[in-house]
Ligand binder design. Structure first.
Ligand code: GUN
Length: 324
């Protein structure tokens, strides 16, 4: 694994590295026969409808990767694009078309939607997605089911984190977990999944008093705030498992030097490419942690693997229910 990691927290690791690339590959391998079996009985592949509205560069990359990995596994995709100037009703019309289509099993509306669609556009579009096809797990029905620990489609990034913890044999029950970040997409569902596995969970956010002290009580610390290297070694209890959900792009050399140091591989990578990725966790945290995820190569690959998994599951369950 070390060769795939260009520094970051992992470069200084005394900690065990939790490899998301390898696990994502194993998840895809386990899905392949289910995709084949579904296609055999349904006469069509599991199918994911995607809506990409606007021209956010990050979203372009995410959607391209989702399509590429779906293709590789034999999942069909139907990508619809809208310009940043499109009205909200155009986005809604596409979701409604996907909802009604028998041959669409999963629906993914890439976030963020363009600001011109209105401040409440995302909530309204997630309201409109049929829960049976909600492979992102962002609809209020999916969120409510998760609160009540009932089966349903679970948001992909937190589901990926749970898969990684389980794969690594990290005990969850009875342990203290601290989640930094309270987004609907990661922080809240992450906290609920840990709670349902009997962790004692604290959710922290921008107004949490004495954040390092609260974080340092954690046996499992999840950083999902989108602030590069915020979580330094003083946030980490010795031996804790540290999960870095952050994917931040650094474009300032000075920032790369400040975080990773003048002789680091990250800086060398920055000199070649003019940008590098940084997580929410500072490299010095790896000197204290017992186990840690790298960025890239930790949680990121698992998010798409879980999306593929949710799509296959939605296809199977719709078929069992007599649809599709
Ligand atoms: N934008 C950033 N992450 C995600 C995600 O997991 N799903 C969707 N739909 N949009 C995102």
């Amino acid at each position: 694994m070390a060769a795939a990691i260009e520094g970051g927290a992992a470069e200084r690791a005394g900690a065990r590295i939790l490899d998301g690339v390898e696990l994502a590959e194993a998840i895809r391998e386990r899905l392949a026969p289910r995709v084949e079996a579904f296609a055999g009985v349904a006469g069509r592949p599991p199918t994911l409808g995607l809506l990409l509205a606007g021209d956010d560069p990050g979203s372009e990359i995410y959607v391209r990767n989702k399509i590429r990995q779906s293709d590789a596994l034999g999942i069909a995709t139907d990508l619809r694009r809208l310009p940043a100037t499109a009205p909200f009703r155009d986005a809604l019309a596409i979701v409604e078309e996907f909802n009604a289509a028998d041959a669409v099993d999963g629906i993914l509306v890439q976030s963020p939607l363009p600001p011109g669609m209105g401040a409440d556009a995302e909530a309204r579009i997630f309201d409109a997605i049929s829960p049976a096809k909600d492979v992102d797990g962002f609809s209020p029905v999916s969120a409510g089911r998760l609160v009540q620990n009932r089966t349903g489609l679970v948001p992909c990034t937190p589901a990926g984190v749970m898969a990684l913890l389980d794969h690594a044999g990290i005990e969850i029950s009875g342990r203290r977990a601290v989640v930094i970040g309270r987004s609907d997409i990661v922080g809240k569902p992450m906290a609920l999944l840990l709670l349902h596995r009997h962790a004692t969970v604290t959710i922290c956010h921008s107004r949490t008093a004495d954040l390092p002290r609260v974080a340092a009580a954690a046996d499992i610390l999840v950083a999902a705030i989108g602030r590069p290297a915020l979580v330094t070694r003083d946030f980490v209890k010795p031996g804790a498992t540290v999960i870095d959900v952050g994917i931040n792009t650094l474009t300032e050399r000075q920032q790369v030097v400040a975080i990773f140091g003048p002789g680091s591989r990250k800086l060398a990578a920055f000199e070649r490419r003019g940008r590098v990725l940084a997580g929410d966790v500072h490299p010095d945290a790896a000197e204290v942690a017992g186990a840690i995820t790298p960025v890239p190569g930790g949680v990121g690959p698992l998010t798409i693997a879980q999306l593929l998994s949710n799509t296959v599951r939605a296809a199977e369950e719709r078929r069992r229910a007599g649809a599709g």
